[in-house]
Design a protein around this ligand. Structure first.
Ligand code: FAD
Length: 287
């Protein structure tokens, strides 16, 4: 099923997982998927490292298994910065053969250790290429606080409109910790004529160092309320975990009340946390 169809009938809940980094622990991801299946996700997406990670070969297999063995709709991420046209064609043909219908088409981060190929400069180039040659549902990334490389949020939204015009039928946001950025972004996107569903990407934080690193990398701001929680509990992992879950639930409750199209949970391959969040919000999704 093309996941863009789901938004016509419901508030969508999706999960993101990544292939385990060490190839010898690949089987652990199947325990994660098994547990996530119990939470009735509308789809599960599987990342693909733009830097040419070893585990990339697993993206296709995991996305295929999610769909064909577990019966859950799957989305394969595809960043194009370090791939040439021939490689992209091969990956897309393999995905199609595996029955996968949904691609999250990305540029990927610029990586000093990985030479960029010049066949696809922006995600919009990849989106046009997919749209012209295959029948995938295409999803694109968006940035409530603006993409870190883009000088202004307005310019970033103009670039986002190019992705939608090129064929993206659904958007997923980068993580954010202040819902006000999401609401302003959603308004600006509507003014720019972006009419496709936008899922809010939520990351439950359970580790102070990890979130500081990710936030710096993505240019995401950490609100005062969030910082004081992390400072208070940073040396108490259980309390930190519970506070991180509570913060994410609080964000989601507000987003649902404000009519969000869907929630995309960055699970970090941690089904326990996904379950705790699911249990706190599932009645709201259906209400
Ligand atoms: P683009 O849309 O190409 O945008 C990149 C920059 O170029 C932006 O600043 C944009 O404003 C600008 N731009 C775009 N088009 C134009 C244009 N025509 N002219 C001038 N400037 C332009 N990375 C991975 O490596 N693997 C993953 O699996 C992965 N999954 C992700 C999932 C989600 C939901 C999100 C939000 C991000 C994900 N990323 C992933 C990270 C992503 O690859 C980076 O954020 C990357 O830096 C930008 O990718 P993009 O597809 O948004 O690029």
């Amino acid at each position: 099923m093309k996941t863009c169809e789901l938004f016509k009938i419901k508030k969508v809940l999706s999960f993101e997982i990544f292939p385990p980094r060490r190839t010898d622990s690949v089987s652990t991801i199947y325990n994660t998927i098994e547990e996530l299946k119990g939470l009735n996700p509308d789809f599960i997406s599987v990342t693909y490292g733009a830097g040419g990670s070893e585990s990339n070969t697993e993206t296709l297999k995991i996305a295929s298994d999610i769909k064909n063995k577990y019966g859950i709709e799957s989305v394969a991420h595809l960043p194009c910065i370090s791939l040439n046209k021939t490689q992209v064609i091969e990956i897309l043909n393999n995905l199609r053969e595996a029955g996968i219908e949904n691609i999250l088409a990305l540029r990927g981060d610029v990586n000093p250790n990985c030479k960029p190929q010049n066949d696809f400069k922006h995600a919009s180039d990849l989106i046009s290429f997919i749209k012209e040659n295959w029948d995938f549902n295409i999803i694109a990334a968006c940035y409530p606080e603006g993409h870190v490389e883009c000088p202004t949020i307005i310019e970033d939204i103009r670039n986002l409109k190019c992705k939608v015009d090129a064929g993206a039928s659904q958007l997923i946001t980068q993580l954010f910790f202040d819902n006000n950025y999401f609401y302003s972004f959603r308004e600006r996107a509507a003014i720019a004529g972006i009419r496709v569903p936008i899922e809010a990407g939520i990351m439950p934080v359970i580790n102070k160092k990890q979130v500081e690193r990710i936030a710096a990398l993505c240019g995401v701001k950490l609100p005062k309320k969030f910082l004081s929680i992390m400072e208070k509990y940073e040396n108490n992992p259980e309390a930190m975990r519970d506070a991180g879950i509570a913060y994410a639930v609080d964000q989601i409750v507000d987003l649902i009340a404000q009519g969000v199209d869907g929630i995309h949970l960055y699970t970090m391959n941690n089904p326990y946390i996904a379950r705790r969040i699911y249990e706190a919000i599932y009645t709201l999704l259906a209400a």
